[in-house]
Design a binder for this molecule. Structure first.
Ligand code: AMP
Length: 547
């Protein structure tokens, strides 16, 4: 017997309709690429998104076709989130930090029809425009006054002109909730990036889950500033969450340095933010150097790579900003786990609570997870057994775009597949998952795993260390041993022995790094993560003193 409730597809446009009706006056503030601070309301967002939807249709974009963006976090990018997906077309957010060859590969692979981009990326787009195969229209996301006098791109269109040409008499179409809504390519370090094609249904369910109190915990009282880019897994879903709950949105545009971010946090009374650890280093460096505090910020979501406990301590004890450690992947829309403490943890002291917070957290409802050994047998949740983490759920990839790479899933006896995350982790009896490594980054010493994240976290707690990566170096007896690659804080002196002495008593003796090398910079990838593969290449002939 079927239930007798209305059949209403879960569509992204419904978020915008809701925001316009219930939170019309709520603000969206943007530090614009043009240099000024721009303010608009959710009503403006809704009106302009409808006009942009018509503009896209006037350019010939039909349902299912891809519209690319190369853009910062701004109100115009948010308009495109709704305008493009709302018509049934697919918003393809490209990462502008990628090499131009990769941008061409991805745009061609996605068969983008239109490319909308910020002024900042005009040189990049001019360099690739003649090489991309399918893009028919290039749209510069600015007004007439900021359009270049001449451009190498023929028929360059102006975003605000496109809007001007349309009225907002437009009703969002209703269609199957399983229709594709947006596309994001993985930042894969090996091989070509693969596309993850989200649907309206997966995005909506993810939005419900992300907003929950034990998840990102957002409400209409919040002022959200996503530092995580809108080109990286939809800014972790926050542009959708903001419309669902009616939270004020603050966009940093291209201003991601500590000073610009701090001014925006304070000026706009930001309560929640989100970003990868490397971004917060810049911000904390700025506040520390200038003796500043946050007056409104209550919490920040940190994920994308492991949040060093030392950073958590600084945020919480020096600034009174609670850290929500979160884990996810492009393939997971991205949310998998969030580390929100349970009532039993109230009794712990600050250090005890931080030890829990260093874990990546508990699965949000909708995400099912398990760990398995090399033979695929499920391992216990005892906080000790370590294995590969598998996940499944309604916002987790089933197949990559154009079936790239074949079927990624591992079949289960119940006929449903599991997605192998490539992360190595353990899960404690309370369901808190902790990542010890990316499987590619694991250090295997005499057949036993050494967790590089643990070793990095200890180095990061040293006052003279700005960034640390731990990689496997060749050892004739043990195969691999840990090598620490360290970037010192500016103006500090730190020796190998001083740093190694800092590990004494903090780890098992056999985990002690065999050597330390100091570098001027650790290479970061397009989403701000340390590129350990590059470090492994750079140090592949490093001779360990223990060898
Ligand atoms: P991406 O798809 O580029 O967002 O990368 C996803 C990968 O980032 C995951 O599979 C993890 O290896 C890593 N990652 C994300 N969040 C965390 C976290 N909180 N701690 C450790 N690694 C993380």
């Amino acid at each position: 017997m079927n239930g007798q409730m209305m059949q209403q597809p879960l569509l992204i446009s419904s978020l915008l309709v809701h925001a316009e009706r219930h939170h019309a006056e709520q603000q969206i503030v943007t530090r614009r690429v043009e240099g000024d601070i721009h303010r608009c309301s959710f009503r403006d967002l809704a009106v302009r998104s409808r006009r942009m939807a018509k503009a896209m249709q006037a350019l010939g974009v039909t349902p299912g076709q891809r519209v690319g963006t190369l853009a910062w976090n701004t109100y115009r990018h948010m308009e495109l989130y709704y305008a493009v997906s709302g018509t049934g077309a697919v918003l393809h957010t490209l990462n502008p930090r990628l090499h131009p060859d990769q941008v061409v590969y991805i745009a061609d692979h996605a068969e983008d029809q239109v490319l909308c981009f910020d002024l900042t990326f005009l040189p990049l787009v001019e360099a690739v425009a003649s090489r991309v195969a399918t893009i028919k229209h290039f749209v510069l996301m600015t007004d007439r006054a900021h359009m270049p006098a001449a451009s190498k791109i023929p028929n360059l269109l102006c975003y605000e002109d496109l809007l001007e040409a349309q009225d907002d008499r437009f009703v969002w179409p209703q269609f199957d909730e399983n229709s594709a809504s947006s596309l994001c390519y993985t930042s894969g370090t090996t091989g070509n990036p693969k596309g993850v094609l989200y649907s309206h249904r997966s995005t909506m369910l993810h939005t419900f889950a992300a907003a929950l109190p034990d998840s990102l915990n957002c409400s209409s009282r919040d002022v959200i500033l996503p530092v995580v880019p809108m080109f990286h897994v939809n800014a972790w879903g926050l542009p959708y969450v903001a419309c669902m709950v009616g939270a004020k949105m603050v966009f940093p545009g291209a201003g991601l340095d500590g000073k610009s971010l701090y001014e925006l946090f304070e000026g706009e009374k930001v309560t929640v933010s989100a970003g990868v650890p490397t971004v917060w280093q810049g911000l904390l460096g700025y506040t520390e150097a200038n003796g500043l505090k946050f007056s409104t910020m209550r919490r920040t979501v940190i994920g994308g790579s492991a949040c060093p406990p030392a950073m958590m301590k600084t945020f919480q004890e020096t600034y009174g900003v609670h850290v929500l450690h979160a884990w996810g992947m492009t393939e997971m829309s991205p949310l998998g786990t969030v580390c929100t403490l349970k009532p039993v943890h109230d009794a712990l002291d600050a250090a005890g609570q931080r030890a829990i917070q260093a874990k990546q957290g508990r699965a949000v409802f909708g995400v099912d997870m398990k760990i398995v050994d090399a033979a695929g047998h499920e391992l216990p949740w005892d906080g000790k057994a370590t294995g590969e983490l598998l996940v499944r759920g309604p916002w987790i990839v089933n197949q990559y775009f154009k079936a790239e790479g074949g079927d990624p899933l591992i079949p289960d006896a119940d006929g449903r597949g599991w997605f192998p995350t490539g992360d190595v982790s353990m899960i404690d009896p309370d369901g808190f998952m902790q990542i010890t490594d990316r499987s590619k980054d694991v250090i295997k010493s005499g057949g036993e795993w050494i967790g590089s994240i643990d070793l990095e976290n200890i180095a990061m707690a040293h006052p003279k260390v700005a960034m640390a990566a731990c990689i496997a170096a060749f050892h004739p007896k043990w195969d691999e041993r840990p090598l620490l690659v360290v970037m010192k804080k500016p103006g500090t002196d730190l020796t190998r022995d001083e740093l190694l002495a800092f590990y004494e008593g903090k780890i098992a003796k056999w985990w002690m790094p065999d050597d330390v090398v100091f570098v001027d910079a650790i290479p970061l990838g397009a989403t701000g993560k340390m590129q350990k593969n590059k470090l492994r290449d750079a140090f592949k002939s490093h001779k360990l003193p223990t060898a």
